[in-house]
Design a protein around this ligand. Structure first.
Ligand code: COA
Ligand code: AMP
Length: 651
């Protein structure tokens, strides 16, 4: 099975010695079978693959048909079996509680196996869904891996979402169990999870779903107050005390490992489905080729397990690679100061740090010289990886100087699960270019298309599309709806996946991402749908119509701002209306929307058929050139809006 550049079984992390990125990339596209079967050799299979990609149902593709494995086995047991049971697998570092705890591979395997026993005893079995709503505590990784162990499909929901969002995911995934904790800790407050879970269960009409609750110090509520008739609340520690460890089960490579909901253009979130086999192969490959992290080395991904970056590079990637992952419960600033990442690098000898630009900008704002980070021993650090939103060159240069390491911007999405474009550090890297996430990763064929679907010349902006098939590890479909997957991603340009981003590729093949072409915005690295926020605002009795835009924000990248037309005859003071709308968005979507501004306007720009010209408004807000659409009903509406939307004055 070993191909010319076999990714190999060896524990080393210097991959493809002598290989050159461009040749590998070309080979990955010319002969994906050979390339990915070679990479698949780094994974332990129960039934090894004899075929890489199955295109019989194109444009839907399946990776490694006929093969079987267990992802939890690959992330845990195989390292223990290889004699590395005493190596640290997961270091939990809570700045919130000033706690540090290290779990070795053997210890993590044992915790996962026993918690898998808890789930099994609840009747959870292969293919069942389990909703995981946990803060950044080790139990989050344990719950995810326990699902993988028994072939259940986890769906992790970020703690900053409100009950209605949780309920939407419950309705769609219909889980057989929920795993949660009694709360999360934010710098200024404790976030109670159980009332949110209770409300979501009621909203989703799912009261009988068993809920396993990890009790945390400082909350002290436990499950006792929730035992109403028809509900099943269990205490994690009590359940674990009487459960038996279970072995990993065999699943097909094509079986789903997880669903991760993400924002689309409409209010209803899209459940991105990830398989087992392609995911294990791609993440193992990316850890070596892109992140250059292997056994005995430490990666700190300062994100959250509720996001794809957390799934891939807090939990699965580092563990599949046999490395040590740091699970950090804290913020980049204020817990206790802007030196937090420096402390973590020093104390855990971090080799690769991965975070979002907003975190870097917040450090820079709090500590413009970077002295607090520099006060620590940063000598272990070799690379800073940044993703989730556009990394501006000023921030990139600043943090590169502070840390004294290369800053590797990488561009990808919840849908793809691993970097589409990055600088492959494990392949020796390629020259960095300011403002670019570098080149397409092997397996990805990035093409810039004009609106008619024709490729544009180098340097011209267009839709960033990916030629099908996507490489392994990317989404296989949307949960419960192949049609929605086709419509949302595959229908715009035949034979291509549409990323929803626009950008250009320069003469050297470097990608420059300019922004979204749809109604998705990115606030502090959190992906949100303006359509979902609009749906909430439209519920207000005084609101006739509204549009929500992402305005530029110096720290958070973007922030949502609402433009509201009141119903005729409404007499409501704008400040009161704004406060009510802010409260509604917070309680319906969650604090993570960080929605703070709603402006009353006379009218919104519309076409003669009554469609709000959101794209034109977005262009005005972004300060980019725009043409007044010929279909506009009343151009004077744009003149009135312009001062409110102009980047320098908006908000
Ligand atoms: N549970 C509950 N509430 C949460 C939460 C969680 N897990 N995460 C954030 N929130 C809340 C915050 O407490 C805040 O609430 P507030 O309005 O009461 O203050 C609100 O959501 C907005 O949070 P955020 O946008 O994160 O702003 P912040 O000021 O708390 O922190 C940063 C700013 C830059 C430090 C923070 O956004 C950050 O670390 N971002 C990185 C994002 C990231 O890792 N993204 C993943 C992609 S790589
Ligand atoms: P998410 O699915 O939450 O990871 O968000 C994906 C979206 O975030 C992408 O479609 C981009 O719009 C944006 N994004 C992610 N990484 C980058 C990056 N490195 N540069 C620019 N935009 C990015």
């Amino acid at each position: 099975m070993a191909a010319e550049h076999d990714a190999g079984h060896d524990a080393g992390h210097t991959v493809f010695p002598g290989d050159d990125y461009r040749r590998l990339h070309a080979e990955s596209l010319a002969d994906p079978e050979r390339f990915w079967l070679g990479a698949a050799a780094a994974v332990d299979w129960i039934r090894p693959p004899s075929m890489a990609v199955d295109g019989s149902d194109a444009p839907l593709y399946r990776w490694f048909p006929g093969a079987s494995l267990n992802t939890s086995y690959n992330a845990l047991d195989r390292h223990v079996d290889a004699g590395r049971g005493d190596q640290p697998a997961l270091v939990y570092d809570s700045a919130m509680l000033d706690t540090r705890r290290t779990l070795t591979y053997a210890e993590l395997r044992d915790e996962v196996a026993v918690f898998a026993g808890v789930l099994a005893r609840l009747g959870v079995t292969k293919g069942d869904r389990v909703l995981v709503y946990l803060p950044m505590i080790p139990e989050a990784a344990v719950a995810m891996l326990a699902c993988a162990r028994i072939g259940a499909v986890h769906s992790v929901v970020f703690g900053g979402f409100a009950p209605a969002e949780l309920a939407a995911r419950l309705r769609d995934a219909r889980p057989s169990a929920i795993v949660t904790a009694d709360g999360g800790i934010e710098p200024a407050r404790r976030v109670e999870y159980l009332p949110a879970v209770q409300e979501a269960l009621a909203l989703a009409d799912a009261a009988g779903t068993p809920v396993v609750v990890k009790a945390r110090d400082g909350f002290g509520h436990g499950v006792a107050g929730y035992q109403e008739p028809g509900t099943r609340w269990l205490d994690w520690d009590e359940a674990v005390a009487t459960a038996e460890a279970v072995p990993p089960v065999e699943v097909a490579a094509t079986d789903p490992l997880y669903i991760l909901y993400t924002s689309g253009t409409t209010g209803s979130p899209k459940g991105v489905v990830r398989d087992n086999g392609g995911h294990a192969v791609a993440l193992t490959w990316s850890m070596r080729a892109i992140f250059d992290v292997g056994p005995g080395e430490t990666m700190l991904t300062a994100s959250d397990v509720g996001w794809v970056v957390g799934h891939s590079y807090i939990v699965y990637g580092p563990l599949l690679a046999g490395a040590t992952t740091v699970l950090y419960e804290g913020k980049p600033v204020g817990t206790p100061d802007a030196g937090a990442f420096g402390r973590l690098i020093e104390q855990h000898r971090v080799k690769a740090l991965f975070t979002a630009p907003t975190a870097l900008r917040s450090i820079r704002r709090a500590d413009p010289t970077g002295a607090a980070v520099r006060a620590h021993d940063l000598s272990s650090l070799q690379t800073l990886f940044s993703a989730g939103e556009r990394l501006d060159t000023g921030t990139s240069q600043w943090i590169g100087d502070v840390l004294g390491v290369p800053v590797v911007d990488n561009w990808w999405q919840t849908e793809t699960g691993w970097p589409i474009c990055a600088n492959p550090r494990g392949l020796g890297g390629v020259p960095l270019k300011a403002g670019s996430p570098s080149l397409a990763s092997p397996g990805y064929d990035v093409v810039i298309l004009d609106p008619g679907g024709s490729p544009v010349p180098a340097g011209s902006e267009g839709s960033i599309a990916l030629r099908l098939p996507l490489p392994p590890g990317t989404l296989t479909t949307l949960w419960g709806s192949d049609d929605r997957y086709r419509d949302a991603y595959l229908a715009d340009f035949e034979g291509f996946y549409t990323s929803g981003d626009s950008g250009y590729v320069d003469e050297d093949g470097y990608l420059f991402v300019m922004g979204r072409t749809d109604d998705v915005i990115n606030v502090a690295g959190h992906r949100l749908s303006t359509g979902a926020i609009e749906q909430v605002i439209a519920q207000h009795p005084a609101v006739a119509e509204c549009a929500v835009l992402g305005l530029q924000d110096p720290v958070k990248g973007q922030r949502a701002s609402g433009y509201v037309v009141l119903k005729a005859g409404t007499d409501l003071d704008p400040a009161t209306l704004e406060a009510e709308l802010v409260a509604m968005v917070r309680s319906t979507i969650g604090p993570v929307a960080d929605f703070r501004s709603a402006v009353v306007v006379e009218a919104l720009p519309k076409t003669r058929s009554g469609k709000i010209l959101r794209k034109t408004m977005r262009q005005m807000a972004a300060g980019t050139a725009y043409a007044v659409p010929s279909t506009i009903e009343d151009p004077s509406v744009l003149d009135a809006l312009e001062p409110l939307l102009r980047p320098s004055t908006a908000g």
